[in-house]
Design a protein. Sequence first.
Lengths: 116, 316, 639
Amino acid sequence: MIIVNYIASVVLIALGFYVIVSKKHLIKIVIGMSIVDYGINLFIVSTGFNEGGTAPIYKMSEFFRGSYFVDPVPQALTLTSIVIGACVDAMALSLVIKLYKQYHTADSDEIRRLRG
Amino acid sequence: MEYLKIIFNILVFPGCLFVGAVGLLLAGLDRKVLARMQKRVGPPVIQPLYDFLKLLGKETIVPKAANRKVFLAAPVVGFSALVVTALFLPVLGYRAFEGSADLIVLLYLLTIPAVALIVGGSSSGNPYAGIGISREMVTVMSYELPLICIMLAVARKVGGSSLCFSLSEIAAYQQANGSLLGSVALMPAAVAMLLVIPAEVGTQPFDVAEAETEILEGPLIEYSGAPLAVFKLNTAMKMYIMTTLFSALFLGGLATGVTALDALIQVLLCIALTLICITTVHAVTARLKVEHLFKFYWTVVAGLSALSLVLVWLGF
Amino acid sequence: MMSYIHFPVIAMMTLFLGAFLTVVFGRKSQAVRVFLALLSSGIAFCLICALIKPVLIDGEVISYWMGNWSPVEGYAIGIGYEVDALGLFFALITVFTVLLSCVYSIRYMERDSSLDFYYVLFLMLSGSVLGLVLTGDVFNMFIMIEIMTFTSVGLAAFRNNRAGSVEAGFKYLVIGSLGSSMTLFGVAILYGNCHTLNMAQLSSILAGKLTPSTVMAFALMFTGLAVKSYIVPFHTPAADAYTTAPASISMVFSGMVNKAGVYGMIRLTYMIFRAMDKSSVQLLMVIFGVITMFVGVTMALAQHDFKRLLAFHSISQIGYVITAAGLGSALGLTAGLFHAMNHTLFKGLLFLCAGAVFYATGTTNLDRLGGLSKKMPKTTICFLIGAFSISGLPPFNGFASKWLVYQAVYEKAVTSGNIFYAFATVAAVVVSVMTLASFIKVTQAVFFGQLPAALEDTREVPALMRLPMWIMSCLCVLTGVFYDQVSKWLLMPAANATLNVSDYIDKMMGEGYAAGAGVVNIPAFAPRFSFWNPVLWLLLFVIVLAAFCLAIIGSKGDRAQISAAPEDAVDGKYATFFSGEKSLPSHVSGSDLFWGFKKNWKGYFKVMDDIHSGRVNDYALYVVAAAALVTVFMFGFVR
């Protein structure tokens, strides 16, 4: 239970939301999306922490009932989430490049052809 | 034997012939009394029947820009929906088909003739018809809101703490407890319904969709011959159906049990209601513009029916 | 012959495998691509249909642990796939939509390039939605949501040579990833509390025990899945994406993708948290539903683009589903599921008609179309069937499901004594009338009226595109007329399975687990349909129609005749009437209709126009603000 990690992750998520809502430049919005992802990843991996536990890597012979290790499941979830975050960034940035070519601007105030 | 009875019900009473005849009678009486109110002599009471027969003999012309199938099918669809509706409304105690009437279903069936008029007008390809259908649709939107509030209020009053949308239960309730017109909570709803009837039927001041002087009868502009006759018949039948619905909802409890006597009393009630809410209102008002019509229905009439709903909810 | 237990996973993997094989083999040849797509969607369809007998008819729940990692000492350690009647209901909708869309795309997409990307994305989208509705693991559901989001973004931006496509894709990605992030955050909190990701085990642990952290998880997951269902105020990317995506994909979006969001919400509230008996949660869902209905339909009345109008109607109809499912009663859930199924059918049909119009004329702008019923009569008939279904006219399927929704909402009003639900019923009926108005507008603007000179040489669309439209029209009519059969075989098992979670939990975790965690069974429910016997009414309708047609046709001869314009008629009595003035073709287009209504509501429409500003920051603000409101509401009222 690392309080600092939890507070930091919530701060990151809130910052990310703030960036998405208030920044006009499209790349900044993409960075904001990434910050949200990082905050959530930090949160997930922190939920698995057990104080004083070892890394969850054992040979079958070393493994017994009282073994104390950190939870491996959130680590798997975090890896998956990191990969997803990377893919979202890649897709978003490629869309931004295409948008820039079409609209000649990366300002979200100008990219508003579909509205109403 | 059963099938013979069903066919009799569909074709004669209370189906095509009865509804058509009473509808045309109501339309004729409406014109005659209106004329007398305006110090004219007016046409004979069976004038609508003469018009109907005359139109059946005229040539039907389908314009080049029209979609032929939809153009010719629209009036018949409207007519069928009205006959089906009439079969499920009780004639003061006589019910042709037991246990199948439901207020929500009736509400939807009543929109079908309006939609038939709209689709028929739209398919004729005439721009005057386009304006007419736009006004007709706004009229339908206007009166549906108060109508649903009225039906919900009546359903709650009759049902108490369980759901009741069935016309037979409403009739039974009124037979036991006296007509719903007498209850304080439903008076505003009755007044609202009296104001909804002229809009459904399409008489002044709510006939902006078929404004003869402005848009040359709107959706009906390209119709001639038998389809036009059917549309005029539909309007007449709607007069009967709306007044019967009002008497079923608010004036129940008058059934005598003898079918012929019931039919006679029902016709008299319909005549009285027509004279009150259609003819008198027609005689003393001018046509409303469509935006004023919408505002009127969504403020005054909806307010009355919502008031009724709240009063019923509070237990009056 | 392998046991049917393996069918769910095989069906899902077939679609993914089809996508992979299309990348490998489908680069050059269209025939290979079409063959692979049809094969995979066909196999998935057959496999899911083969599950109807065990799951829907016999009432069995299929449980499948990936890699055979069964629970150890009452703890789920593997990823489980569980198919109960609710999951199979949505899976059937999914594979049906995918198959029809595949058939439609064969001719519809032939003028586009890079079709290998199209088929890959399409098959991955289908696989991900199928996986979403069949899975029993909450993180697996999140993964499927992510795959769904990516592929949807790719498909929305597919026609990147048309204006607005890439913009729509970008907005969809930002808002969609906001929703997914919130869902992931909720899943993480749940894991931190319960140390399991399996839905059955979560359901028995969370059993009405709502600590502050689980309430936070509930609020976050609720909002995240609501973003995927596109209810107001999360609906903004949906309007853009449905417009720019190709019509076969719009049909899949509106028929399948937002149903996946609805499925997620039903699973979350009814099963994982079992919170649907709390009146606060019911009120929250119904409020969302009513606002969605109303905003969707009023925005639709102001649109100038055919597909954007259909998109807003999609949003409005999902409002009906959420309202009905949020009532917490068995009748409400049945009504919601029925409307979800009918929505797929009639909205899919309408989008396919819009696609046909686009294929034939090259535009979907309502102000430039008109009079197409003379050139495309078969499409017109299909469109009219779809329009009457969505407006809820008898005897089509929209009427049956909307009628059930009204009954369910008003019954809730009467039994709970809360007048808010009575006004919700009124709102539902008014929204239905406005839906009718909107479709009258589209019919007048696109199919009737006068044909502009630019569209003189449009032709009817090819038969392969008409086939899915005909299939859906027939189903619209059949499910409307025989709806008691639909209810008995499809809806009642699904609703009962949702309300009775103990079967689900027992099958997954072992016998007796549910009882040990205190989950009780509710007796099976059968809705009352006594007042509306559509077969009888249809017979009456037909009899009356026939009688009158005979009367008209019978009076032949000199007295009455029907004259229609011969092909070479120049002018004279067959021209439309213009009061004697010679005028140019003057067509009452879509934007000119309903002037009276729009004038009265000018202020509202101006506000709504400003709200839908098109800026991605504003849309993100609505999502974050609504998430905050939902969280505050849950902390305040959900006990």
